[in-house]
Design a protein around this ligand. Structure first.
Ligand code: SF4
Ligand code: SF4
Ligand code: SF4
Length: 156
């Protein structure tokens, strides 16, 4: 996954008019909310004007890799480094919320209510919409901390 852009990189591509048409006080506030995926590019009407078309396209390119559920959580897994140890599965507070028994290494994981599980000796992403970073907007990074092989990293 590419490096997440900074709010300033996003800001530089906005019209920088501080016109408030998007409902935000300044373009910088809009930039930070775009980066947090709380606002959408289309919500700045000035970006639809021909003179800003290229900027709108660049913004879309910059933000696209971070727009899905994996992007929202920031979780990035390098399968080659994964040893299948299962630490990320057992320590994840979202998994433990929905499957309290997995802390003891027991239980069948319902994929809809599971962030990760181990399949054939490798971690598999099931549903990162339940990740605390997505569902509760916390800064959880427990899975990254307990991934000693550095296969799992949180970007952004
Ligand atoms: S509508 Fe666009 S130009 Fe106006 S303040 Fe919002 S981001 Fe800036
Ligand atoms: S960031 Fe926290 S809640 Fe999200 S998958 Fe990792 S351990 Fe689970
Ligand atoms: S903690 Fe890291 S190495 Fe272990 S299963 Fe998860 S991603 Fe793979």
């Amino acid at each position: 996954m590419p490096k997440k852009p900074s709010a300033f990189e996003i800001y530089k591509l906005l019209p920088k008019k501080n016109c408030k048409e998007c409902g935000e006080a300044t373009c910088m506030v809009f930039a930070t909310k775009l980066l947090a995926l709380e606002r959408k590019i289309e919500e700045c009407p000035l970006l639809e004007e021909p003179m800003f078309k290229k900027n709108a396209e660049k913004l879309a390119d910059l933000l696209e890799p971070f727009s899905g559920e994996v992007g929202l959580s920031g979780v990035n897994i390098n399968a080659d480094l994964c040893t299948g140890c299962g630490n990320c599965v057992h320590c994840c507070p979202a998994n433990n919320k929905y499957h309290p028994e997995i802390g003891q290494g027991q239980g069948v994981l319902d994929e809809e209510k599971t962030t990760y599980k181990i399949v054939d000796g490798k971690v598999k992403i099931c549903n990162l919409n339940i990740c605390k970073r997505v569902e509760e907007k916390t800064a959880c990074s427990v899975c990254e901390t307990f991934c000693y092989s550095k296969a799992l990293q949180i970007i952004g």
